[in-house]
Design a binder for this molecule. Sequence first.
Ligand SMILES: Cc1ncc(COP(=O)(O)O)c(C=O)c1O
Length: 387
Amino acid sequence: MKKCYLDNASTTQTKPASVYQAVNDTMQHNGCSPSRGGYGCAIEAGRKILDARSALARLFNVADSRYIVFTPGITWSINMVLLGLLKEGDHVITTSMEHNAVTRPLRCLEQEKQIEVSWVKANALGQIDPGQIEQEIRAKTRLILVNHASNIIGTILPLAEIAEISRRNKVLLMADCAQTAGYCDLDFQNLGLDILAFTGHKALYGPPGTGGMILSERAAREIKPVIQGGTGSSSASQLQPEMMPEKFESGTHNTPGIAGLGAGVKFVLDIGLENIRRHEQALLEQLVAGLREIPFVTIYYSGNTEKQVPTISITIENLDMGEASILLDERYGIMTRSGIHCAPISHQTIGTFPLGTIRLSIGYFNTPADISYTVQAITELAKEYNK
Ligand SMILES: Cc1ncc(COP(=O)(O)O)c(C=O)c1O
């Protein structure tokens, strides 16, 4: 049976060969603690981490790569910022299109630290007018936190305009770029963000358990390190160092993972964001055009395939979404994700809560043949359940 992976918004299953090689090489030849010893393989391990930091600095146009912090993924990055920044009485502005990586820590902080949160409501296409965010700003507003692109319908928020609002009002801005890093052109300096949070295993093609955040000088100064410990530097001190990136990078690094992430980022740089986008957008257009022709199928997306990431949702009449996803896999070898996709408030916003949707998300390794095969399979299922 043909295999067709359309769950790239969860994680990219196929990685470039260079990523496997980087992980393997590092495991075999650089298994020493980076920057923890003066011997060759420890120095080499440190160099691999530096290399990955430099590749990320090129991709995101970061002037000083010390402000790129490695974490085990964006969920960690977001939690590190929220827990290290917010104190009782602070106010946060976020949106109704967030992932649980944002919603859950914020709901907990609302209850336990009396943090106030304004949840700016998007329309059914996932769009938000930046003016809605500005209206919510008050004296106690400490942070604006937005999901750059929806992980269920792909809608991209106007980050540059939101950044302009945050700057004008001197409020810190964090962008959850889980779905846009490796797809959108994210220029950290020109956008003027305070915190760009990213994960490594999606469109950056790194291994799972990798990711990080890029901080402005102000954010690096104002966020407290919630994880503290050995950094291999300033070891005589019993206090966490203030210097970057050590302030936020305690404990032994995941060197093989970070080396793999570095290789993934270099792959993205070599292919070029524009070429990646051109390829995936063409597939997205093919998918939406094909699905539109199928009776009994409803498509949920931003309404404009040119202005979104290549992720959409669908529902099929008279068919449970969980069952549909299983049938797609068992009968056709098509891997999709069904349900709520860790984003209940997004589903409430677009009107698909609590049943959820089937999500189809495209990656660089998908082909036009994958898309026509998937459209054909969904056509057959929709017909079978709507006789
Ligand atoms: C928008 C968004 N934020 C956060 C996350 C969490 O990513 P991770 O599991 O890599 O920490 C995801 C993952 O699907 C996501 O789509």
